[in-house]
Design a binder for this molecule. Sequence first.
Ligand code: TXA
Ligand code: MG
Length: 355
Amino acid sequence: MKKTLLLPIDSQRPEMEKILVAAGFIKRGGLVAFPTETVYGLGVDALNPRAVRSVFEAKKRPFDNPPIVHVGQVKDVFALVRRVPSQAEVLMKSFWPGPLTLIFERSKIVPDVTVAGLNTVAIRMPRHNVALALIRESGCCIAAPSANLAGRPSPTSARHVLDDLYGRIDAVLDAGSTSIGVESTVLDMTVDPPQVLRPGGTPYEALKKLLGAVELHPVAVAEKELAVNEVRSPGMKHRHYAPDCDLIVVEGETSDVIGKVKQLTELYMKKGSKVGVLVTDETMGYYRADVVKSLGSRRDLAVIAKNLFRLLREFDLEEVDIVIAEGVPAEGLGLAVMNRLRKASEYKIVKTIRS
Ligand code: TXA
Ligand code: MG
């Protein structure tokens, strides 16, 4: 096991000496976890196949699920892709730096392992001074999946990164908790109209407003597991975001949801399970369970998104057997929250029905 170097760093004005240490690792083919506005990423030189292979190994990630390539400037995109559709130019101008990943046809300079053998590449420019400084000083584009063990909730703090990857990576730049808390929106620009493969930090509504026509891939809004032939983004078919304990999501009108969550909680507690409920400020007072955690107010889906992965990890630390989670409205950032919750539950969804 190697020693993982923890480098605390200022998120607004990153100290150059820390960036240079981290960039030194990247240049030598090493692995550095760094903050972005969404979640922490695990970065390597995107054009160094050996380094990219070691990211998959450190995360125990299947080799068929490629990472996102992070660039520091829009002009870095052109060498990585065969062409830039005009709509992509508009999106990059409006949303970069920010939580939007675009899928392009890839150019020959991108190694096969970086794109898992696909003929497309996923690219984004993160909105975080530490990430941008790291890319700049490394002198290369940085391939970075989320810095968690495959299948675990994505890391929104350096603590989460170390819990999963201590001893498996060279360094972590620690700039505190990430501001958005769910990963970037993945938008496929190789189809017309463009299609959202993963809802995330850039709301679908904002894309629609700018582009007019945008589709949601069925898996992005799925309420059940889809057949593998319906899957376009490799990440869609792997288990994801999941705590170790079981998870059930209850969806419906809020007043009905409260009743159903209470009923399920009582049922599992009677069976002797340690039960957690993942709920909201407005409903929290209704529940008696072993562990009660609030995502935040139902009126602020951005706060709910920011807290989601941290709370899923906390339930594991408290060793609950099962979590019963309230669904939230699937609009704005709520669409990403519901996508993650449904996947984490392996589609164990209870819908309340009005009688
Ligand atoms: O916010 C984020 O996107 C974070 C931060 C670190 O930037 N990164 C992240 O990376 O979430 P990762 O590797 O955990 O998720 C990347 C997603 C996966 O679902 C993967 O399948 C998809 O992007 N992806 C990557 N390349 C693709 C491609 N060529 N075509 C379709 N989907 C692709
Ligand atoms: Mg991930």
